[in-house]
Design a protein around this ligand. Structure first.
Ligand code: ZN
Length: 165
């Protein structure tokens, strides 16, 4: 991808939502093996984001610089890290979970799933994602057990604010 192609792809993707931007940039990039947006949209998010990291590294090098706002006070925080520091192992395509005697199949979400939940509140988005990505005896499970990761009073695992407060 030369600089003119990059600029063209960037301008076409700029008005899109984050999922649309990711798909448009990957489809435009000659560094990925697939150029069909629908094919890229069907990739698990972790695979898609790994391709975005590869694209970033090929265009700008292995370092990422980011600016985020502290959700508590609005302070701008600058971050720098290497693309390899945020990579994960590729997800398994489908996993069968055994919960309370029931079997459910779980597949990793893809860009189509994220588009389906864009704009929903977190609880509604969780329900839609579960319906889209989990199949099996979901409706027969006792309600709390199909969300075993939801535990009350779980302590935060990541600090989300800056040091200014
Ligand atoms: Zn802060």
């Amino acid at each position: 991808m030369n600089q003119l192609d990059l600029l063209d792809a960037w301008e076409r993707a700029a008005p899109l939502d984050p999922t649309g931007r990711a798909l448009a940039l990957l489809a435009a990039a000659s560094t990925v093996s697939t150029s069909d947006v629908d094919d890229v949209a069907a990739l698990p998010i972790g695979v898609r984001d790994g391709m975005l990291l590869d694209l970033h590294a090929s265009l700008f090098g292995p370092e990422l610089a980011a600016v985020v706002g502290c959700p508590a006070c609005g302070e701008r925080l600058e971050l720098a890290f290497a693309v390899d520091q945020v990579r994960t192992d590729p997800p398994r395509p489908v996993e069968v979970l055994h919960i309370d005697g029931y079997d459910v199949s779980v597949r990793p979400p893809d860009s189509r799933d994220l588009a389906a939940v864009a704009g929903l509140d977190p609880a509604a988005a969780e329900d839609v994602l579960l319906r889209r990505c989990v199949s099996g005896d979901l409706d027969r499970l006792p309600r709390p057990s199909w969300r075993p990761w939801r535990t009350p009073c779980s302590p935060p695992t990541r600090r989300r604010t800056c040091d200014s407060r």
